[in-house]
Design a protein around this ligand. Structure first.
Ligand SMILES: [Mn+2]
Length: 376
């Protein structure tokens, strides 16, 4: 048996005001082709199918169109759990209709742990959707991890696979996740997961191996400019009683890039980027500037346009808070006379020094102030 593990599609997601539908369409086409080519028998979708509990109808259409394609073009079975972005009841609503299409959905936590276990092709699967603490402890008391463990325990008679949408072990986030803990469990310790032959995790968008046979597949498309790591899915091959995971990279359908540059180099830097993806690459440009430059955005936009790249975000970084602090600190260390010299220099940058008559007048004034009787 061959299993494909993916998660965090976030269908319906926007980047600034840009719809990601085109990227999702290309990903789902790639996924159907990959499932056929790699002879996959079971698809695991580990939560966050949609970006919001109330997804736009285009996102719903995309998902059901994909499931329909799987139903008619393949013989694959699909298991889906809800993530923290999904509405569990919304995902589960059509589940009776989807069962004949070999799609099984776990939208919310059942009070009976047995309802989360399912035997398929000689493997015991445990599917736990994202849960909130009151679902795990409906009486309002007790230990969350103990309660969770009762869901994960089953006498082992065959390999066991767990699908979970949660934080587990020590992970590296991609920055686009909502890492708030509504479940009351900050991060599930890996030692209670180690008895599984494979753990298919969702929630963290950066693909990674948390421990032996415990993987985050990550999101299939970057959800932010800062997500630069290559996206992937995990293919798990079951041979006899052994499950062996391997990473399969997903092609980039639209490159996202942060271009960080400065006043002197920006033309060269912008002309040297080479981004080639099927959909028009999008860039965020961060430029260090000493002062605002009129018409700069339009110039940047036009250079990128000639490169076939769309400017989506422009961030001028003024030089620099750090420098201002240095200057302030320096000013505090100057004597009053040195301060006067520095002030004169900023006022008349071309002057070599403060003219003698002005300097003498300033010193006389200082003297007068020093010796003045207190007026308090
Ligand atoms: Mn997510």
């Amino acid at each position: 048996m061959r299993i494909l593990h993916t998660s965090d599609w976030h269908l319906g997601k926007k980047l600034f005001k840009i719809e990601r539908t085109q990227e999702h369409i290309l990903f789902l086409n790639w996924l159907v082709e990959t499932i056929i080519k790699e002879k996959i028998d079971l698809l695991l979708i580990a939560g966050d199918v949609f970006d919001s509990p109330n997804p736009p109808h285009e996102a719903l259409e995309l998902f059901y169109h994909f499931l329909h394609r799987l139903s008619v073009e393949t013989k694959i079975h699909t298991f889906v759990i809800a993530g923290n972005h999904d509405s569990g009841p919304l995902l589960e609503a059509p589940s009776q209709l989807l069962l004949p299409h070999r799609v099984k959905i776990w939208g919310k936590l059942s009070s009976n742990p047995e309802n989360h276990w399912f035997e398929f092709e000689g493997v015991d699967f445990c599917a736990i959707p994202f849960f909130r603490s009151h679902e795990l402890l409906p009486q309002g008391h007790g230990d969350l991890l103990t309660a969770l463990t009762s869901y994960l325990e089953k006498p082992k008679s065959r390999p066991q696979v767990l699908m979970l949408h949660h934080l587990a072990g020590k992970f590296e986030s991609a920055g686009s996740e909502q890492v708030i803990s509504l479940s009351g469990v900050d991060s599930i310790p890996t030692d209670i997961l180690e008895k599984f032959d494979y753990v298919a995790l969702g929630h963290i968008h950066k693909p990674q191996k948390v421990a032996t046979k415990i993987y985050y597949s990550g999101s299939p498309i970057p959800l932010r400019f800062s997500e630069t790591i290559k996206k992937s899915v995990v293919i798990i091959e079951k041979e006899n009683e052994t499950l062996t995971p391997k990473i399969l990279p997903i092609p980039s359908f639209r490159d996202l890039k942060i271009i960080s540059t400065n006043e002197a180099d920006y033309k060269k830097d912008l002309m040297n980027i080479s981004l080639l993806s099927p959909l028009k690459p999008m860039a965020e440009v961060q430029i260090e500037l000493s002062s605002p430059m009129a018409g700069l955005i339009d110039e940047v936009k036009s250079i990128l346009d000639k490169q076939g790249v769309e400017l989506l975000s422009f961030i001028p970084v003024y030089l620099s808070e750090e420098r201002k602090i240095n200057r302030t600190e320096k000013l505090f260390n100057l004597s009053t006379v040195e301060l006067f010299d520095a002030f004169y220099k900023t006022k008349y940058p071309e002057a070599e020094k403060v003219p003698d008559h002005l300097k003498n007048e300033f010193l006389r004034l200082m003297d007068k102030v020093k010796n003045a009787p207190s007026e308090a």
